[in-house]
Structures are given as C-alpha cells and as structure tokens.
Design a protein around this ligand. Structure first.
Ligand SMILES: [Zn+2]
Length: 353
C-alpha cells in the first residue's frame, strides 16, 4: 500500500479500490474507507515506531516498511492538501443526486462561478431544471434538522442516557462473556477427561468419540457467540454518541468556512444514502442510522417539550419509550409515555435489538 501510494499514480480513492481488489478488508469484511487508509498511511507504527499521546516512540516490533518510504508517503499526503487546485473542481454533489424521473445521475457544470446540476438525459426524460448548488443546499439544511436533537439540552440528556444504558449493557455483556468462557473451559476439560478414560480403558472408543464430538460442537458454538458478542458491542459503540452530536451540528459543520468539499461530501454520505431531484425539489433517502433517527428524534424533541423535567419519572418515561439505546433494558417497570402510540415504540425497540 505504501509503495503503491509513493509512486504518485494513486489517489486515495484509487488506492482504496486497488487494496480492496487485492483482498484488504475491514474487520467486518467491507472495503477499508479512505479516511482509514489515510490513517494507516500516516501511522509511524509501520516503520517500527509507536505514537502515544501525540509523541513518537521507538516500538518493540519489527518495522514493516523503511523510514524513507514512510517519509515519501507523508510528503504526498500533505502535498494534496496544500494544492488548492486539487479540490475546488470537485462539485459537492457529484454523483450524490439522482434524477427522480429517469434515475439518471445529476451532472454538475461550472458556469460563471456557479455549479449547476441537471439530469444527464442518458435516458428519455422530461426534466429540464438546472439547479444551483446553493439551491440544493438550502433544501438540505431543514433535512439535517429533522434528524437532530433540537438543542444542546436534548443532546446532553441523550448522551447521558446512552452512557447510563451502556453501564447496563457492559454488565450484561460481561456476564454473558464469563458464562461463555466457562462453557469453553468445561468442554475442554470434558474432552480431555474422555480421552484419558479411553486410554485407560475406562471408556469405550465409541462413547469417547461421541463425547468429543458433542463437546467440540458445544465449544465451537460458544466461541462463535463470544466473537459475535464482541462485534455487536463494537458496532453499538461506534453508532453511539457521535452520531447525535453530528446531527445537531450538521448545518454548522457544513457551513463552516473551513469545511472543504471533501468534508461536506463525507458529511452528506453519513446522513444520506442518496438524494433525488424532481423539478426543483430535493427528496432525501437517509442512511440506516439516520432513517431511524428521523422517526425517533421528533418524538424525543416533542417529549422534551411536554415532559416536566423536574421529575425523574418523566425522564424515565422518555427513556423507556423513546431512547433507542435504552431498549435493551430489562427493567419492565418503566412505562412508556401514555400519549405515544405503542406500536411505534415497539418498532423502535425492534430496530435496535
Ligand atoms: Zn432524468
């Protein structure tokens, strides 16, 4: 990867595709994303060092690449950011919007300092509207708000609630982990014992084989469950805190003068799986997480207005009925808010089990 990138023939995008073709996968078997590749390329670990609290130390491991190669790669990585030409010619919405009528991609053209998007008309299509970039943006800002906690107060409550629920979840996971480890230990002992008994002539071969077979199966199942448990927990945390904060600040991040085109595109890809244009109207498809928040957030925001937050009971009511991360709670004493349709809260719960 370092060698390919050092040639200068690969952009990070091209490198991402090439590494995927070469068989490089993330922990979940997916393509390693660009930011992760960037992270790897700038990690001193590969030439034998360690980064710790912002300082670089000599590592105890064998270097995988030379310091020279690492330095060449660093130069390439930073050069791109310094070059203003590199990003200004990329329209923010390139390949992000589809024509609602024909399904074709909205193409972007720069004219007199404005980006205009229109249907590519590769197929028969009656759409003629040329949209300015800022016209699309103005339609997106209200869409950001629909998936966001309405203010810092709701956000901080949400984060606190999530942290509390994680405490329960960690306890539960630890218990489960322990019991699985116990199963693995016991099956090992059983296999060993059966084998000894057979050698000592205390156990017929057929029985020994049966015990070994069954115990091995049981052990493998336990290991499998243990692995899944760790994976689900990681996913759970990753999806956790950051997303709500991101939603609340999405408009501000997007409009920050320092936000580059790439940043904006990344933000859009977190929130929307795609956008469709019909005449001059943009309609969104949210990504899975934000699709969920689209249902959940208005209820939470509304509940915050209705509930009396002096009382803990009101808070618990909201937790029980609305907060997606609290749905794993075993506590059945918490009643959902009476005014909310229970089918939806069941659905919300089902989403995150
Ligand atoms: Zn079209």
């Amino acid at each position: 990867m370092f060698e390919l990138y050092s040639t200068g023939n690969y952009s990070l995008n091209a490198l991402m595709e090439t590494m995927y073709k070469e068989g490089l996968r993330s922990g979940s078997g997916k393509k390693i994303c660009k930011s992760r590749i960037h992270e790897h390329l700038s990690n001193p670990y590969f030439y034998g060092k360690m980064r710790w609290m912002g300082e670089i130390y000599q590592g105890k491991h064998e270097p995988i690449i030379s310091k020279e190669l690492f330095d060449v790669v660093q130069k390439r990585l930073t050069r791109k950011n310094e070059n203003p030409q590199y990003k200004t010619h990329l329209p923010i919405f390139k390949a992000k919007i589809k024509c609602d009528e024909c399904g074709g991609t909205i193409t972007w053209e720069l004219q007199k300092g404005h980006w205009y998007g229109h249907c590519n008309h590769y197929k028969e299509c009656s759409q003629t509207k040329w949209m300015k970039q800022y016209e699309v943006e103005n339609q997106l800002f209200p869409l950001f708000n629909e998936v966001a906690p309405k203010n810092e107060r709701v956000l901080s409550w949400l984060i606190k609630a999530m942290k509390e629920s994680h405490v329960n979840e960690i306890d539960y996971n630890n218990q489960k982990r322990e019991s699985l480890s116990r199963i693995i230990r016991t099956t090992d002992q059983r296999i060993e014992q059966a084998y000894r008994d057979k050698l000592d002539g205390k156990m017929p071969t057929a029985l020994c084989e049966k015990i070994m077979q069954e115990s091995t199966k049981e052990k493998e199942d336990a290991i499998d469950t243990l692995e899944k448990l760790s994976k689900s927990r990681t996913a759970y945390y990753e999806a956790g805190y950051a997303i709500h904060e991101l939603a609340l600040k999405a408009s501000a991040i997007y409009q920050n003068p320092k936000a580059k085109t790439e940043d904006k595109r990344l933000l859009l890809s977190y929130i929307f799986s795609n956008l469709a244009l019909n005449a001059d109207k943009i309609s969104p498809n949210y990504t899975f997480a934000f699709e969920f928040m689209l249902k959940f957030m208005p209820m939470l925001n509304e509940a915050f207005e209705l509930a009396d937050f002096g009382s803990n009971k009101a808070k618990e009511g909201i937790s029980a009925s609305l907060c997606p991360v609290l749905c794993a709670r075993q506590d059945s004493n918490l009643q959902p808010l009476g005014s909310k349709p229970s089918t939806l809260s069941v659905e919300l719960r089902a989403h995150c089990v």
